[in-house]
Ligand binder design. Sequence first.
Ligand SMILES: Cc1cc2nc3c(=O)[nH]c(=O)nc-3n(C[C@H](O)[C@H](O)[C@H](O)COP(=O)(O)OP(=O)(O)OC[C@H]3O[C@@H](n4cnc5c(N)ncnc54)[C@H](O)[C@@H]3O)c2cc1C
Length: 485
Amino acid sequence: MLISDNINREYGTDLDWKRTAVTNWSLTEHSLCDVCSARGVEEIRQALDVARARGLSIIAHGAGHSYTDAALNGGGLLIDLTTMRRILAWDPERGIMRVEPGVTVGEVARVALRDRWWLAVTPSTAVATVGGCVAMNVNGKNSWTHGSFGEHVLSLTVLLAGGQLLTVSPTQNSELFRAVVGSAGLLGFITSITLQLKRVPSDRVEVTVRPGRSLRELFQLFEDEQAADYLEAWVDGFAAGGQLGRGIVTASRYSQRVVATAAFPTFHLSERSMHSLTHWAGTLGRPFVEGGVRGANSVIYRGSRWPGRNRPRQISLMRSTYYAPALFTGYRALLPGGSETFQAFVPAAEAEALFAEILRRSQEHKYDPLWCIIKRHRRDPFLLGYQVDGFSLEVNYRLPVRVHGLRQLLRELMEQVIAAGGRFYLAKDALLTPVLYRRSVGEAAVAAFLDLKQRYDPERLLQSNLYRRVFQPSPQQPGEHDAKR
Ligand SMILES: Cc1cc2nc3c(=O)[nH]c(=O)nc-3n(C[C@H](O)[C@H](O)[C@H](O)COP(=O)(O)OP(=O)(O)OC[C@H]3O[C@@H](n4cnc5c(N)ncnc54)[C@H](O)[C@@H]3O)c2cc1C
């Protein structure tokens, strides 16, 4: 929503500023920010000058696909980097691609797949930018074997708050590299990324779906399917009692069929018609969300048990990896009040018991878990790493449904997850406080991060709503400067 576009004179630059209410992906937070697009390093430097001169904070914005507050900066500046979207170099022999930060993972995939390369790790939204994926260190359906996005970055250029452009990599300025990956944009603007992609035998995968009658069976299926290239479980959040945690494990293996096409999934309907269809389906389904999802879950689960349903089928890698964009339209239409996401990363030994507890307590308190996903992970090597050797459960709840009570329950569950050695993902968390965050990733990691912030951004120009919620040191802490608005 555009509030005012009359601020260019006030800031006195060539940049085109707009005062706008920006919303996060989950529709839970709206922040009034001054937003401009940057087409290159010089324009980001100009924006930094505005921030410094005006005593404002500033943060990068990619596609805005973080669920919560990572890319919001209420009362401050937002720099949209989706306009920096050139592929700078592509070496199809070695699978090395250098891109500007606003290039989307879908674009990388499309170009690379023509030469039989693919992102080593990718989120399931094709729209996320590569800059955003580095900044949040995203995970994928193969994270137990391939780790996190940052583990496949060869180098980055980072524009620091002081205007200096630095190259960082696992061997050059490695301390900063280890901190920038997963830093939610708080140490600098990533202005280019060099990625090592992964060879794939074809543009197709062979997909097998296997139902599990309980959480225990789902974990057994994860064990049985370890040789798969990608694994993910969908959980029916409404199933209770002996069937608590029942669901379907989807295992995909690269097919050996030769590359035929690098196109996005094609539908019989045009993309526009798909959006209209999902919009109307979402709107019409709105009054019946809980009952509708409960019924649909039951149908999906029972369908997966039909004879022949478990035979492998071939689908395109694009389609098996990324949600169709039209689904986002339907989701928004269905849940216009937004959704609350709770994603817990839990060590393997504790996962089954804790996931059962999360589902059971949600059901007991009548907070219906609408959409639940389990993935497997391995620990990542970055300073603020959130992945552990174990599993994650993502649960999505409809809002606004007794929000206060829901968040109270989720905070209690957070305590249990942290006590078990678990962690939370800044791109999807809305509830961490400075105390809980320190307890989960460790006091030493947060202190080291804040030391680097003090070194590379002593004026604390780079801030976001997330920074103020999770990292803001107490007022007594040395080095703290005047709060930015
Ligand atoms: C439908 C859907 C599915 C998803 N699936 C997954 C998944 O499977 N796995 C997973 O890990 N995540 C997943 N996510 C989350 C998403 O991939 C991450 O939040 C990702 O960071 C979004 O990228 P973005 O370009 O939208 O970044 P934004 O949301 O715009 O920004 C995210 C953070 O990155 C910072 N940032 C952005 N660009 C730069 C830059 N150039 N320099 C410095 N900082 C920058 C921002 O300041 C902000 O802190 C999903 C999200 C959606 C909506």
